[in-house]
Design a protein around this ligand. Structure first.
Ligand code: NDP
Length: 469
C-alpha cells in the first residue's frame, strides 16, 4: 500500500507559491518548497541565538535524552520520510538507499546521544592544576548536499545539539523537502528554536557563512563551494568542518578472491547509484586477476535492477539532477573516445524519462583518463590494470582529493600494510565507504578538514576552555 507523504508535505509546504520540486525518476511533481531570503535567514539566526543559552544550560543528560526522543520520532515516521526522500532524491526505497538512510539517521542520533565528552584533568601536582573543559560554540550553521540529504543533516545536527549549540540548517536547493520533512519530525521532539531550517539557495548559504552571529559552519558538498565558504567565513574567524569531494581509490591485491569480493566491490562503488562522497570511484586491479575481477563485477552489475525508487524491486535509481547526469555522460564519453572498453552500460537512452544513467563498468582505461582523475559522482566505475603495486599506490595517491580508499586482499594484515601507504581520511579493508558513528570521518588534502562522528566529532562543535590554577 502506498505510504502517504501528503500529511508531512502539508506541514512543510508554504500555503501558496513556493518552488516546484520534481521527482528525478518520473518528472512528476513531488511538492513545493518554501524559498527563504536574507531576512528569513537573519530572523532564524536571531531565534537560534536567543535559544542557545537555555539549551546549553540543560544538563548533558537532558540533551542526550532529547536526541533519543528525536530518534524515536524519526522511527515513528520512518516510512513517510523514506518515501519523501525516494521521491525527491530519486533513490530507491530498498538496497543501501532511502530506508537505509532513514535508519542511519536513527543510528547516528542514538550513537551521538551516548557519546560523552568529559572535562579532562590535564595535571594536578605541585606546579598547579589544569582542567580542559568543552563549551558550546553558540549557533552552528549547517550546509548540506543533495545526495544523502537526511543522513548528512543528522551528522551535522546531532553533535552540535549534543554539545549545547543551536543549529540553523540550509538544505541543498535540489532536496529541500527531504531536509524540511526531517527537521519537522525532529522538532516534534526538540524544544523550540534549537533547530531551524532555512530552505534558501547558495546565496543564503553564503550569508550564513558570513553571519556574525554564527560561530561555526559544518559544510558537506563540493570542494569548489567549500573553498568559497572558507573565504566567506574568514572575516568572522568561524570554526569550520569541511567534508568535500572525493575520488576514492580501491586497490585489489594479487591474492584476492574475485568471486568473494565482487559484490562488496560493486556496492563500494555503486551505493546510492554512485552519488556518494566516499564511494569507490576508481578501481586498480592486478593484471593477473584483471579479467576475473571484471567478469565478476559484470555478473553482479547485471543483477542489480535500476528504476523508479518507489518500486520495491529496484536497488539503483536515477541521477538526482540533470547537471550530474551530464557530468557522468561527459566522463563516460571521454573514456569511450579514448578507446577504453565498456564492459556494461555506457549507452543511456536520451529519450527515456528521468535522469537514469545505466550501470557502467569501463575497462582498459588509461590511468590519466578524466573518468579516473575527475569525480564522476554517478554509476560509472573505471577499472585500471596494474602490474606493479608501487605504481598502483602512486596512482591512488596522485590526486588532490583524498577522502577514503580501500584495499582488497585475502590477507588483511598485508592489506593493512598497503593501507598505511595511502593518503586518506579512512582506508577500509575488504569493504569501502562503511562509515560508522564510532569512527571519526573526514578528508585529507582538498577533501576537507575536521572530522565528524565519535567523541572527536563532539570536539569539533565545542570550544576548548582550560581553567588553570
Ligand atoms: P555543492 O557544493 O554544489 O552544494 C552544497 C551546498 O552548498 C548546497 O546546499 C548549496 O546550495 C550550497 N551552496 C552553494 N553555493 C554556496 C555558497 N557560495 N556558499 C554557501 N553555500 C553554498 O555540492 P552538491 O550538492 O552538488 O554535492 C555534491 C558534492 O558534495 C560532491 O562533490 C561530493 O563529493 C560532495 N560530498 C562530500 C561529502 C563528504 O562527506 N565529504 C558527502 C557528500 C557529498 P544550493 O544547492 O541551493 O546551491
Amino acid at each position: 500500500m502506498a505510504v502517504q507523504i501528503d500529511e508531512l508535505l502539508e506541514r512543510i509546504q508554504p500555503a501558496d507559491g513556493g518552488r516546484e520540486i520534481y521527482d528525478p525518476a518520473t518528472g512528476e511533481l513531488v511538492g513545493r518548497a518554501p524559498e527563504a531570503g536574507a531576512e528569513d535567514l537573519d530572523r532564524a539566526v536571531a531565534r537560534a541565538k536567543a535559544a542557545q543559552p537555555g539549551w546549553a544550560a540543560r544538563s548533558d543528560e537532558e540533551r542526550s535524552r532529547a536526541l533519543h526522543a528525536a530518534a524515536d520520532a524519526v522511527e515513528a515516521h520512518a516510512e513517510q520520510l523514506a518515501h519523501l526522500l525516494s521521491r525527491e532524491q530519486g533513490k530507491p526505497l530498498n538496497g543501501p538507499n532511502a530506508r537505509f538512510e532513514v535508519g542511519a539517521c536513527v543510528a547516528w542520533l542514538r550513537a551521538t546521544a551516548e557519546f560523552r565528552l568529559e572535562p579532562e584533568l590535564l595535571f594536578d601536582d605541585d606546579s598547579g592544576r589544569a582542567v580542559l573543559h568543552w563549551r558550546p560554540l553558540g549557533v552552528v550553521g549547517a550546509i548540506g548536499p543533495w545526495n544523502w540529504p537526511m543522513m548528512i543533516s543528522v551528522w551535522q545536527i546531532a553533535p552540535s545539539l549534543r554539545q549545547g549549540n543551536t543549529v540553523v540548517i540550509k538544505p541543498s536547493g535540489y532536496t529541500p523537502l527531504s531536509v524540511l520533512g526531517l527537521v519537522e519530525v525532529l522538532n516534534s521532539a526538540l524544544p523550540g528554536d534549537v533547530l531551524i531550517a532555512v530552505p534558501g539557495r547558495g546565496d543564503v548559504g553564503d550569508r550564513l557563512s558570513r553571519h556574525p552571529d554564527v560561530a561555526k559552519i559544518m559544510f558537506t558538498g563540493s570542494t569548489q563551494t567549500g573553498k568559497s565558504i572558507i573565504k566567506a567565513a574568514a572575516d568572522t574567524v568561524k570554526r569550520l568542518t569541511m567534508e568535500l569531494g572525493g575520488n576514492d581509490a580501491g586497490i585489489v591485491l594479487d591474492d584476492a578472491d574475485p568471486q568473494a569480493i565482487a559484490e562488496d566491490l560493486f556496492w563500494g562503488a555503486f551505493i546510492n547509484t554512485g552519488q556518494t562522497c566516499a564511494a569507490m570511484k576508481r578501481l586498480y586491479v592486478p593484471a593477473a586477476l584483471y579479467d576475473q575481477v571484471c567478469d565478476a563485477l559484470v555478473e553482479v552489475a547485471k543483477n542489480m535492477p535500476m528504476g523508479v525508487g518507489l518500486e520495491e524491486q529496484n536497488v539503483l535509481g536515477p541521477l538526482q539532477n540533470k547537471a550530474q547526469w551530464e557530468v557522468v555522460d561527459r566522463l563516460v564519453s571521454a573514456a569511450k573516445d579514448s578507446g577504453a572498453r565498456v564492459l556494461i552500460g555506457g549507452d543511456p537512452d536520451p529519450e527515456a524519462p528521468g535522469y537514469f544513467y545505466p550501470t557502467t563498468l569501463v575497462a582498459d582505461i588509461d590511468p590519466q583518463n578524466p573518468l579516473v582523475t575527475e569525480e564522476q559522482f554517478g554509476p560509472a566505475l573505471p577499472i585500471i590494470k596494474y602490474t606493479d603495486l608501487d605504481q598502483a599506490v602512486e596512482w591512488a595517491n596522485s590526486l588532490n582529493e583524498a577522502l577514503g580508499s580501500s584495499v582488497w586482499s585475502a590477507d588483511p594484515d598485508r592489506a593493512e600494510q598497503v593501507a598505511a601507504r595511502l593518503v586518506a581520511g579512512t582506508t577500509w579493508i575488504n569493504k569501502h565507504g562503511a562509515v560508522d558513528p564510532r569512527m571519526p570521518f573526514g578528508g585529507a588534502r582538498e577533501s576537507g578538514f575536521g572530522v565528524e562522528f565519535g567523541v572527536e566529532g563532539l570536539k569539533e562543535v565545542s570550544q576548548p576552555h582550560v581553567i588553570s590554577r
